[in-house]
Design a protein around this ligand. Structure first.
Ligand code: NAP
Length: 280
């Protein structure tokens, strides 16, 4: 099976590299064409051209409209029987719409958002939550396994994205907790490298503290995960919470904080830039 990858951003670059190393990458497309130069795979100049020449399209772009734009383009050229796997973080509604557009073209669709950061993408250790036909997932599982160590079928189309929303609500709370605690420690004049080393090994240790603790307390916020992208996710979570009556106050607070940081020009920084608002 020929496999093509669309979207060589912070996440896509690492994921596509792992596919290439596994001998599974045949084609790439990126809006900014220069990013395809790092790959031996055939670089196409449009999503339509890539889709016409592969059996499986893997996709990792920014937001809902970006996914729908790509789906509209590839739907014009996909071969019937193709499989499209979207690993972007978008709404469940977008996943359901994408699946129905592709079903009209006799192509299958899985929503398969990921967690694990750029480190997980680079190391091939992502967690992947999948919505759609379980039999289709089994067809592509060997391909996805080059990028992810944990691949869980959740349920019907959209349920992968709904699960990712759970993850993003949790990330907001963790970001609030870690930035607040580290700013509290810094205000006491503690040696924060030592604090982070020891606390990481205890009951409050977590991925975000381990991977972003030192950089944030040193005042550097290179992405990682762009704050504006997490804001996009939390807007999706906010609307899901409004529909179900669930309360997500930590996410609501995080949206307010992110909007302030975005207005100050920090939207392209890592989400750990929340520390800017907390530090002494
Ligand atoms: P990124 O570095 O900003 O990369 C975005 C990618 O999407 C780039 O390749 C960009 O092309 C492409 N793109 C955006 N809009 C497009 C459009 N309309 N048409 C064609 N290509 C388009 O973002 P990222 O961090 O890789 O995140 C990608 C997705 O994964 C997002 O949905 C994000 O929420 C999710 N995610 C991110 C992380 C993380 O830690 N970074 C973790 C899990 C999930 P250009 O190169 O031309 O800009």
């Amino acid at each position: 099976m020929r496999i093509g990858f669309i979207g060589l951003g912070s996440m896509g670059l690492g994921m596509a590299n792992n596919l290439a190393q596994a001998g599974l990458l045949h084609a790439v497309y990126n809006r900014t064409a220069a990013k395809t130069a790092a790959f031996a795979a055939t670089a196409y100049t449009s999503p339509e051209a890539l889709a016409a020449n592969v059996d499986i399209v893997l996709l990792c772009v920014s937001a809902d409209q970006d996914v729908l734009d790509i789906i509209a383009k590839i739907a014009t050229t996909l071969t019937p029987g193709s499989i499209v796997v979207d690993m972007s973080t978008v709404s469940s509604q977008t996943a359901i719409l994408a699946a129905s557009i592709l079903a009209d073209k006799h192509a299958a669709f899985l929503d398969a958002p990921v967690s694990g950061g750029v480190e997980g993408a680079k190391n091939g250790t992502l967690a992947m939550m999948v919505g759609g036909d379980a039999a289709v997932l089994e067809q592509v599982r060997p391909v996805l396994a080059a990028m992810a160590t944990r691949i869980v079928h959740i349920g019907p189309t959209g349920s992968g994205q709904a699960t990712k929303a759970v993850n993003q609500v949790m990330c907001a709370g963790i970001n609030q907790a870690v930035t607040e605690a580290l700013a509290f420690g810094a205000a006491q004049g503690l040696a924060m490298d030592k604090v982070i080393e020891v606390v990481s090994g205890g009951a409050s240790g977590n991925w975000f503290l381990q991977h972003r603790g030192i950089t944030m307390t040193n005042g550097t916020f290179a992405p990682g995960f762009k704050l504006a992208l997490h804001h996009k996710d939390l807007k999706i979570c906010q609307s899901m919470a409004a529909q179900t009556g669930a309360a997500i106050p930590l996410s609501e607070q995080t949206l307010i904080n992110y909007e302030q940081l975005m207005a100050e020009g920090f939207g392209d920084e890592d989400i750990s830039a929340l520390y800017r608002l907390k530090r002494p």
